[in-house]
Ligand binder design. Structure first.
Ligand code: FES
Ligand SMILES: [Fe+2]
Length: 422
């Protein structure tokens, strides 16, 4: 059980909060790269309770700055995007990709340049990789090293990012991504369906067969690996090894070859979260419109769960379908909609002092402890956890596999397994 003060500490991410200050120190996805066209419409992005616009300048670079014009706060989502900058439609002030005011045509000519230089503009560094525009919103003058996860180095057609938007706090989003036990229950209808069988292949049987796997941990400098171990016959075990790169990313175990999924839970504000599902394949281009092919989305990659419903209509739960054998009754779109429905059903910020945790919640407990230690450490000493120059982000890969029982899953290399499967 968690006390109310710790719950506040972990969940509040607005300006001036300890968790907000810590989380801003990591590079985060802001929007899809494909959303921004050179000289095209600026994209509104809300992150950590603040409003921004992202835009692609004439020369292709991406700027990310406050949505409110530094002059009198007109929205720069309305701005003209031309000649390598955003020009506010209200009085014509112009801002560059670097976040400088480069023209203030309402000022007398002789002091215009000096005046423009004095305008304070809030903007943040960006980086494009893995089909995403990433942004660093932290306090350091030099951004930290970019986490070069393997999907961030792939060609464009090997990666497809989809953004879900949920009406809950970021930690609820993260905890759902960490919780492997629920798969056997919440997603059982999908696991049994043709879609699930196609997607998860023989994993479905393991997950359906045993709702109480043994969880084992392997601490890593970026977070931890979690093995969900189930028995397979007399002599073999089956491990689903999740990789958790705190504070945002959970790599979902998949077969050694084929499409993989990594998810992350990025705060939009205290009660709204972008839950990114990033599909990628290290060997081959993904089939176009992967989520569409599995019927898993609304058709909008920037809000793939737009049609999921809400608390008022119980997320379109279908009682008849439940009578007919569907576990959750949330039938339309696959696992993510089921996840999002239960996350939202807890309320915007779940009161963790009201929980009663069991053995299956070890990973949740563990992650909370690590985050609490990290936020206290960052607040008290300024030192950032889960970061560092020696972390091998590109070497993070989550796989599931069967192995001889006497072996240790921690010693089995995910990258070797892929070669063995070729
Ligand atoms: S409000 Fe933007 S230029 Fe005046
Ligand atoms: Fe789930």
């Amino acid at each position: 059980m968690m006390n109310a003060a710790d719950n506040e500490l972990l969940t509040r991410i607005g300006p001036g909060t300890p968790m907000g200050a810590m989380l801003r120190e990591y590079w985060v996805p802001a929007c899809r790269s494909a959303k921004l066209e050179a000289d095209g419409a600026p994209e509104r992005v809300r992150l950590f309770g603040e409003n921004f616009v992202a835009f692609r300048a004439t020369d292709g670079r991406v700027g990310f700055m406050q949505e409110a014009c530094p002059h009198r706060c007109a929205s720069l989502a309305l701005a003209r995007n031309e000649d390598n900058g955003l020009r506010c439609v209200f009085h014509g002030w112009k801002f560059s990709v670097e976040g400088k005011c480069v023209d203030a045509p309402t000022e007398p000519r002789q002091q215009r340049e000096r005046f423009a230089e004095s305008v304070p503009v809030r903007s943040h560094p960006t980086h494009e990789a893995g089909g995403l525009v990433w942004v660093y919103m932290g306090a350091q003058a030099t951004p930290p090293r970019f986490p070069d996860y393997e999907f961030t180095a792939l060609p464009e057609d090997h990666v497809q990012p989809y953004r879900g938007i949920i009406r809950t706090n970021w930690l609820q989003g993260l905890e759902a991504l960490l919780d492997s036990t629920h798969v056997t229950f919440l997603h059982s209808a999908n696991l049994m369906s043709e879609r699930g069988r196609n997607y998860f292949k023989d994993e479905s049987d393991y997950m359906l067969g045993d709702g109480a796997p043994a969880f084992e941990f392997d601490e890593r400098p970026y977070g931890f690996r979690e093995g969900a171990i189930r028995e397979e016959g007399e002599e073999r075990s089956y491990a689903r090894v999740r990789e958790v790169s705190l504070p945002f990313f959970s790599f979902i175990p998949s077969a050694p070859k084929g499409p993989r999924i990594v998810c992350c839970s990025i705060p939009i504000d205290d009660v709204t979260t972008a839950q990114w599902y990033i599909a990628y394949d290290t060997d081959e281009p993904l089939r176009p419109d992967l989520f569409g092919a599995f019927g898993m989305w609304s058709g909008d990659p920037d809000h793939f769960n737009a049609d999921m419903g809400d608390a008022a209509n119980l997320w379109h739960q279908d009682r008849q379908a439940m009578k007919d054998g569907h576990w959750s009754g949330i039938t339309g779109r696959g696992n993510a909609y089921e996840d999002f429905a239960v996350q939202e059903s807890m309320g915007a910020i779940v009161d963790r002092s009201q929980e009663y945790l069991g053995t299956c919640d070890r990973v949740i407990y563990r992650a909370r402890q690590l985050l609490l230690e990290a936020v206290n450490r960052h607040r008290d000493t300024g030192v950032l956890s889960f970061a560092g120059d020696d972390i091998d982000y590109a070497g993070i890969r989550a796989v599931s596999f069967a192995y001889p029982r006497e072996a240790d899953w921690r010693e089995i290399d995910a990258f070797d397994m892929q070669e063995a499967a070729e």
